[in-house]
Design a protein around this ligand. Sequence first.
Ligand SMILES: *Cc1c(COP(=O)(O)O)cnc(C)c1O
Length: 383
Amino acid sequence: MLPYGRQTIEDDDIAAVVEALRGDFLTTGPTVEAFETAFAATVGARHAVACANGTAALHLAMLALDVQPGEVVIAPSITFLATANCARYVGADVVFADVDPDTGLMTPQTLADALERVGERRLRAVLPVHLRGDAAELPALAELAASAGAVLVEDAPHALGTTMRFGNVAETVGDVRHSAMATFSFHPVKTIATGEGGMVTTNDPALAERLRVLRSHGMVRPAGCEPWWYEMPEPGFNYRLPDILCALGLSQLRKLPRFAERRRALAAAYREALAPLAPVVRPAVQPRWSDPVLHLMTVLIDFEAAGRTRLEVVEALKARGVGSQVHYIPVHRQPYYRELYGELDLPGAEAWYARCLSLPLYPGMADDDVSVVVDALKAALRS
Ligand SMILES: *Cc1c(COP(=O)(O)O)cnc(C)c1O
């Protein structure tokens, strides 16, 4: 079975974990800082703060910004649940932005529409998601957010390694030139894996310090105090990433160039192999400024024109050993959010959801696997 995504763990990754297990610290040791320093350098940010997972990263970002109950956070409806849920953890309200039906991304237009729905409430943050690995249009989104008195927090778990070009400036996702913070996840299907794991990057030393304090109970040790002394100005959480997993993360991060190259090559092979299936099947559209390391190989299928339902296609693929997944069910449709905010009309999100299907993409795929998948897809659409 080819899953839609999976980790690539090699002998040296295993050796790095074993070495950490033999060391003096299982958690909060020197490997945490080593992983953070290497990660910050990789994406071009001043600070990186490791934490328990990508959801904790989002929660910490909301806490670090001091987002308050009744304030508003804007998130796209096409994303993983956590992007919206982090606002609810701090009692803020979510205003769901629509997405472009062909890229799946929040756009300046869909953000402008969402801004109108904020009303008299105080908007604190806008959370663009680099869906699949393609970069959202950060400069324009940041300008709109700033004009409404808010900052961007990029939810970037899909886009580790993605570069982008706005005008003549080459940028890397995570370098946070347009945003206050960017969050990452090292869940096994993401570009590098630590099992559970997350990271927040920022260029603001005060935010970095707040993130560090909040991830470890809110404890601070004032300068010059007794060696046992600590104080808690406000309660935090235990959202630390242990040394063991930071050792794995550091080992995985060294492989990012190779993983990225492999993902790019597989995506190019997919585009070529899928071309004859247009216009019924098309890869999701890549914005012109984005040079992605794709996390997901999402195709958009006109199921009506194909005369097949998505369930039929998913099951036919599965029968041929090909896994697939839907990224994502619009979050505004979840029972919890329906109950809270009523029915919303987000036609871009609905159009994306109606057509999207993610095909297998991970560095361990063999060259032949792309044609295995595309042949299976052809057969599934024909059968
Ligand atoms: C994976 C993911 C998360 C959550 O990360 P976890 O490490 O699983 O908590 C949040 N947002 C997006 C867009 C993700 O893909």
